[in-house]
Ligand binder design. Structure first.
Ligand code: NAD
Ligand code: FES
Length: 280
């Protein structure tokens, strides 16, 4: 059993929880994810790790209430327990295995969309701890939906915020800000985009035009999280990959986003799920 030690609401429908999971905290790395189950009968919910504290033995997760399971999860309070908290799963961010001196020479920018700002946080924190300063673009629907802006600024990141409706900071999409920065002469070596699939698709489309290396983090439907069920299948270049074991990060210029979005939509219906199950 995994105890919730803190719960906070970050924005409408977006919650942060610190969960006591010492074994996961000890081996977690930026970019990895966990699968949480509220109770025995609960659905398995994959969530990218937002932070971890090896001293306290806690792992921070951030989630948005999108359906029955996440709504149930949002009812849990500090002091309650999750039945299952499996992880860390997936591959760590590629930064972990890169030479720190080489990273310091690069101009890196993160593009964070909505609740996708949460998985950006541990990567920026890890890089800052290594002495690598980065830029971050946060895009949200409106002022209320902007999360972790102050926390990212506290890591000395240069943060640009944009809102779809212009209710805070500038008005526009993350791609508008990225294009403007590049066109104004900032030479980025690496873009990391994490957020809704459609956002990552258009960030990758833009950076392809400028030939900038781009990494995206997929958050597809997952069932077993072990590479066996095929639920999180994705086409990357000529290869078939499974986000749970091969990802969640992939080369944004190679991912077939249209197929991934079609599969995501199919999982929303019983018939679609049956069709996808027949693929295996
Ligand atoms: P959202 O719909 O509010 O979008 C966030 C920002 O993305 C927008 O403000 C905009 O700047 C940008 N964006 C959206 N559409 C765009 C387009 N067509 N072109 C360019 N930019 C665009 O985001 P949300 O509601 O917070 O997102 C929820 C989704 O994010 C869920 O589907 C969830 O699965 C996904 N998610 C992904 C990850 C991940 O690891 N990839 C993590 C958490 C959540
Ligand atoms: Fe089953 Fe990835 S979740 S293969």
């Amino acid at each position: 059993m995994y105890k919730i030690v803190e719960k906070r609401q970050l924005a409408p429908q977006i919650y942060l929880m610190d969960v006591e999971a010492p074994r996961v905290a000890k081996s977690a790395k930026p970019g990895q994810f966990i699968i949480v189950k509220t109770d025995e009968k609960g659905e398995r919910i994959p969530l990218t790790i937002c932070d971890y504290d090896t001293v306290k033995g806690t792992v921070t997760i951030v989630f948005q209430t999108l359906g029955k399971s996440t709504l149930e999860m949002a009812d849990y309070q500090a002091g309650d327990y999750f039945t299952d908290f499996a992880g860390p799963l997936g591959e760590a961010s590629e930064f972990i295995s890169e030479e720190i001196e080489a990273l310091k020479q690069q101009k890196i920018i993160f593009v964070a969309g909505g609740v996708g700002t949460a998985p950006v946080y541990p990567q920026v924190k890890w890089l800052q701890q290594q002495g690598v300063q980065v830029d971050v673009i946060i895009g949200a629907r409106n002022k209320e939906m902007v999360i972790l802006e102050e926390e990212l600024k506290a890591l000395s990141a240069r943060v640009y915020v944009t809102t779809d409706d212009g209710s805070y900071s500038r008005k526009g999409l993350v791609t508008d800000v990225l294009k403007e920065l590049i066109d104004n002469g900032t030479r980025y070596d690496h873009v990391i985009a994490i957020g809704p699939m459609i956002m990552m698709k258009f960030v990758a489309k833009l950076t392809k035009e400028y030939a900038i290396k781009t990494t995206i983090s997929l958050n597809p439907i997952m069932v077993d999280g072990t590479g066996m069920c095929g639920a999180c299948r994705v086409s990357v270049g000529d290869e078939i990959k499974f986000a749970c074991v091969d990802g969640p990060e992939f080369d944004g210029h190679l991912v077939d986003f249209d197929e991934a979005m079609r599969r995501q939509a199919m999982y929303k219906t019983e018939e679609g799920r049956e069709m996808l199950a027949m693929e295996k």
